[in-house]
Design a protein around this ligand. Structure first.
Ligand SMILES: NC(=O)C1=CN([C@@H]2O[C@H](COP(=O)(O)OP(=O)(O)OC[C@H]3O[C@@H](n4cnc5c(N)ncnc54)[C@H](O)[C@@H]3O)[C@@H](O)[C@H]2O)C=CC1
Ligand SMILES: CC(=O)C(=O)O
Length: 372
């Protein structure tokens, strides 16, 4: 199979979908890899390193899309990329379709096969291709929260740890999965007063065990969320219902009641956001805006800022799946690997992931039917 890797074009997106090690792996499996010029530079990989590993470098995205059977990317396609796809071409990337109906309709029109990293799911319900970036974004969320709590950055002037004689900052994390757990690790490490809210009591028990009493756990309901949020210095939104638009758990009224200079970081913004006032994604170029005196951070590609770490972590997990798809062809890979089947969101003009179809109010076609 011919694999094409374009350079990412989202604002400050420095990740790339393949490393030289990944290229070598595809080539050993009998495939060809074409990479757009300078695609890896933001992650510290030169064209020469890719060439030495066996890839061929192409000057433009157009050439990459034209030649490839499968496009491997990091982020969802942006409008300048829509028309570059060929019908039947496989796209393996983060898609987050539930957050963007226009993109979904454009990709349905192109008749591609869209396999979304974020819905590839193992039998234990874990999300192996979302996890590495959730680890990064979870850890970053506290780092950026602490930064924007500083007075010169617009915040209320609070140090997460406090100091002897002064209480630490209150951090509330909504969603205790991968993002939430990684956020809690950093926040606890920095000495903050951390509360994690989740809807799953089993998960709350696990978190209580993992953190050995160093975090407070709270059941998710609007009463508890309101109390925790309005008393917090930093709120981190980290919920997920795989594929679906995120539920809006923090309302505008709750934000109004927060103290001025408090910070909210809605990591779940890539699925539409779980904080009502985080109503649009921001970019690394302009990461925040202020509403009701509260600083809002809603960057949808947080790991792009620490691209070297993120590219290595992401491709450690995505490349083995990419090779499986390339070795078997997507139809056979879907038949033999249920995790990959769950990753398929789009097939030849049909939407094959129910939670996405329901969120966007678009018709759903079961995968087996779409593959006939
Ligand atoms: N902005 C960015 O750059 C990035 C965003 N993300 C996003 O972060 C979000 C979280 O991802 P993960 O932690 O990997 O998901 P996860 O599936 O590991 O965890 C989600 C947690 O949310 C909980 N949850 C679901 N409904 C809830 C509710 N009503 N109240 C409280 N908790 C609830 C679940 O029980 C689960 O523990 C996803 O939308 C993901 O795409 C991930 C990486 C980067
Ligand atoms: C998960 C995701 O969308 C990202 O890492 O950018």
């Amino acid at each position: 199979m011919i694999i094409g890797v374009p350079k990412e074009i989202k604002s400050n997106e420095n990740r790339v979908a393949i490393t030289p090690a990944g290229v070598e792996n595809f080539i050993k499996n009998g495939h060809e890899v074409y990479i757009e010029k300078n695609a890896g530079v933001g992650s510290g990989f030169s064209d020469e390193e890719y060439t030495a590993a066996g890839a061929k470098i192409l000057d433009t995205p157009k050439e990459v899309f034209e030649i490839a059977d499968m496009i491997m990317k990091v982020k969802e396609p942006l409008p300048p990329e829509y028309d570059l796809f060929k019908p039947g071409q496989v796209l393996f990337t983060y898609l987050h379709l539930a957050a963007d109906k226009k993109m979904t309709e454009a990709l349905l029109e192109r008749g591609i096969v869209g396999i979304a990293y974020e819905t590839v799911q193992l039998a234990d319900r874990s999300l192996p291709l979302l996890t590495p970036m959730s680890e990064v974004a979870g850890r970053m969320s506290v780092q950026v929260g602490a930064h924007f709590l500083e007075k010169p950055n617009g915040g209320k002037g609070v140090l997460l740890s406090g100091v002897p004689g002064v209480l630490p900052a209150k951090v509330t994390i909504i969603g205790g999965g991968t993002v939430g757990t990684n956020a809690a690790k950093i926040a606890v490490g920095m000495g903050a007063d951390v509360t994690i809210i989740d809807i799953n009591p089993v998960r709350l028990r696990e978190l209580d065990d993992i953190f050995g009493g160093k975090v407070k756990t709270l059941m998710s309901n609007s009463f508890n969320i309101k109390k925790a949020v309005t008393e917090s210095d930093l709120v981190i939104g980290a919920v997920l219902i795989p594929g679906a638009k995120a539920p809006q758990l923090v309302t505008e009224d709750m934000i109004r009641e927060m103290q001025p200079g408090s910070v909210v970081v809605d990591v779940a913004i890539d699925q539409g956001g779980c904080i009502e006032t985080c109503d649009h994604p921001t970019t690394h170029a302009e990461p925040t805006y202020v509403k009701h005196g509260v600083i809002h951070y809603s960057v949808a590609n947080m790991p792009g800022a620490v691209a070297r770490t993120s590219t290595l972590a992401l491709t450690n997990c995505t490349v083995p799946y990419g090779i499986k798809i390339a070795n078997m062809g997507y139809k056979e890979a879907v038949k033999r690997d249920q995790a990959i089947a769950l990753g398929v969101n789009l097939v030849n003009g049909k939407l094959t992931y129910k939670a996405v179809a329901d969120s966007l109010n678009l018709p759903y076609t079961p995968l087996e039917e779409a593959l006939k």
